[in-house]
Design a protein around this ligand. Structure first.
Ligand code: UDP
Ligand code: MG
Length: 320
């Protein structure tokens, strides 16, 4: 198969309202930098709307389009992995389907990659339009907490929107984990990675596909994947509690010998409730790691492909 110069990977979940515009803008941006040597890989992550039918229809008219249908909803990061596994380009662009990340940034990203001899050009969000104050503030806090805990440097305020070289992608695909936090895994891979700033737009249409529950799970995947600090938390808290209990012991002894012993219920309840909460929290954290360890140990495939429509590089593609 002739090498393609560019692959664009887009995970899609219920994005029927975005696909038409997405295809038009991506095609324009791709032609500008790669001529006809590009493919657009749309991964349908078990959508419940007409996304898959639309993808097939586009694939029937556009030879640059590859549409991949997963067997069910596997989640954003795994859908993305499916597209990355399948693509053939020398350079790979990861982008969301909702056009919050402007495809027009591609030309700048390629120019930056070339002038800086970078393997990864990641897009850093300068401003975020049309997102709730809750989403913006939790995201901001999350990236800062994570960077304090993580053992490697993970860029702040950066999503999956990035351009990668083939060797960086191959290195990324060699990481086998189920709980995938791809923006962190790319940072882990190393090579020369440079930022490029952009303003995040509003969603083109539809609603966010990341409800709070998915956001929490995503954040926990990131923390457990890149830090063991929460596991050491128990011993840290334990040390502080030892210090506190020595003080408390002194206070109780003092009360005992001077005949002014403390009243029972209130102080007792306080200690029981605080200790109970701390223990449950620490246990929960251990559980998060243990659960992921268990899931990893099953070594299941990351995703299942059910159909592929379209051709890439003039050749029919087969799933793995
Ligand atoms: N997505 C996906 N599977 C999911 C959830 C989301 O493939 O289970 C895709 C979605 O279609 C979009 C990208 O992941 O292309 C990011 O999702 P979204 O824009 O809803 O997240 P937000 O920008 O609100 O954080
Ligand atoms: Mg979005």
């Amino acid at each position: 198969m002739m090498a393609l110069s560019l692959s664009i990977i887009v995970p899609c979940y219920n994005e029927e309202a975005c696909l038409g515009e997405l295809h038009a803008r991506l095609s324009r941006a791709a032609r500008q930098v790669a001529g006809t040597s590009y493919e657009i890989v749309l991964v349908n992550d078990g959508s419940r709307d007409r996304s898959w039918e639309m993808m097939q229809a586009i694939a029937a008219t556009d030879p640059h389009l590859v549409a991949v249908n997963l067997s069910r909803n596997h989640g954003h990061q795994l859908a993305l992995t499916a597209g990355l596994d399948l693509c053939a380009g020398e350079r790979i662009l990861i982008i969301d389907a909702d056009l919050q990340d402007p495809p027009e940034l591609l030309a700048d990203m390629i120019a930056t990659m070339e002038s800086q001899r970078a393997d990864v050009v990641y897009a850093v969000r300068r401003a975020r339009a049309g997102e709730t104050a809750f989403k913006r503030s939790t995201a901001k806090l999350f990236y800062r907490l994570l960077s304090r805990m993580a053992e490697i440097e993970i860029p702040l305020d950066t999503g999956d929107f990035r351009l990668m070289s083939r060797r960086a992608l191959d290195a990324l695909l060699a990481l086998p984990e189920q709980a995938r936090f791809i923006r962190g895994m790319v940072a882990w891979v190393g090579f020369r990675q440079v930022p490029i700033a952009y303003d995040r737009a509003e969603r083109h249409a539809g609603q966010s596909k990341y409800p709070l529950s998915k956001m929490v799970r995503f954040a926990l995947d990131a923390v457990t994947g890149f830090s063991t600090a929460p596991l050491r938390m128990a011993s840290h808290i334990g040390l502080w509690l030892v210090a506190a209990s020595v003080l408390l012991l002194g206070y109780i002894a003092f009360g005992f010998f001077t005949g002014r012993a403390m009243q029972g219920w209130t102080s007792l309840m306080l200690v029981v409730v605080v200790l109970g909460a701390v223990q449950m929290f620490v246990l929960g954290m251990i559980g998060e790691y243990l659960g992921r360890l268990y899931i990893e140990s099953k070594r299941r495939p990351l995703y299942i492909v059910s159909d592929i429509a379209g051709h890439a590089g003039g050749q029919p593609q087969l799933g793995h």
